[in-house]
Design a protein around this ligand. Sequence first.
Ligand code: PMP
Length: 411
Amino acid sequence: MSITNIMIPDILKIRKDFPILDQKVNGKPLIYLDNAATSQRPQQVIDRINEFSLRINGNIHRATHFFANKTTEAYENARETLRSFLNAEETAEIIFTHGATESINLVAHSFGDLFIHRGDEVIVTEMEHHANIVPWQMMCERRGAKLRVLPFGDDGVLQLGLLDELLNEKTRIVAVAHVSNVLGTVNPIAEIISKAHLKNIPVLIDGAQGAPHFKTDVQELDCDFYVFSGHKMYGPTGIGVLYGKRKWLDQMPPFFGGGEMIDRVTMQKTTYNEIPYKFEAGTPHYVGAIGLAAAVDYLNNPELSLINHYENDLLSQATLRLKQIEGLKIYGEAPEKAGVLSFNIEGIHPFDLGTLLDQMGIAVRTGRLCADPVMDHYGVENMVRASFAFYNTAEEIETFYKALIRLKAMF
Ligand code: PMP
């Protein structure tokens, strides 16, 4: 990898699509390195959202007037865009939720209520975000089931050899991150899925950090569920996706009750709608879904076909630079990583580092990164995390590196 010669789509042109980036923070040009928390939205997404606020708004599926029809059409087109993004077999397998967290809760509740009983087991990994631990823990408590954990090594790589021992006749589901939000590890999800499927065990992939970096083909991967959030992949907040195979979704009971998810209601009994509507109670965030589809359209731009390589180059550059800083420890050095670099510098509290970087216009995340078990693994209270998107530049990485050197000298 060469630091100066990054293979580059026309990044300066692309940056113009993100007006928010062209600002000063604390008198310094903004360097936004908190993309794993939330990414920024291109003008194309903002325009699409605005269009639906300025000129068209009608509640979907519920009326025959022009606005309602236009909005319904755009919402269902958005579902088709997301289907195509994931290469799901049918649009009915795409459920709009508020985000990855709600998607996982939906599966934990609905799948759990139907398929998980006393003494059964659920497998998660030690590197999961809280959103892919707590809903399963809550479900295990309700159902009298047991949460089993696949550990990772200090290098941030899952100990896959141990999975064979964990998977047994009591296992009902495996839930694993596509990409760790702390370690950046790209997990071998295809291998995990095929191991689980050998024993007829379904797998949920938490794609919150995967979807922003990779186009995933859920049919090729053969995952049973894939979840992600719009706001981490250049779309709006408050919208996300649950992909599920029809064979599961058809059987699973609804999660929320209310309008739209019903077929017929009497005071004695309610029958439910077909998927996906069975899982979309109430007025959905249709403006969000339309905005998310605009983000997918944006990502489909051929100019962005090289973003994976480009982001990898940024990550390699940042890793190389940070390793030159004495006393800096990087957490997670898996051979396959995406977009995330977590670290601490000896003698500097991560919060001080975050605050001082902010004064230099550099936005990073500090804290426990919603992953207490990862903090416990390394015996640390907090970490600093820099996370990259395709609109970051080699120059920004250099400025970040120099800022860390300056701060190190200050302490
Ligand atoms: N899983 C992972 C790996 C994440 O990084 C996040 C967000 N940090 C989530 C789940 C939850 O996403 P959201 O808060 O958008 O629901």
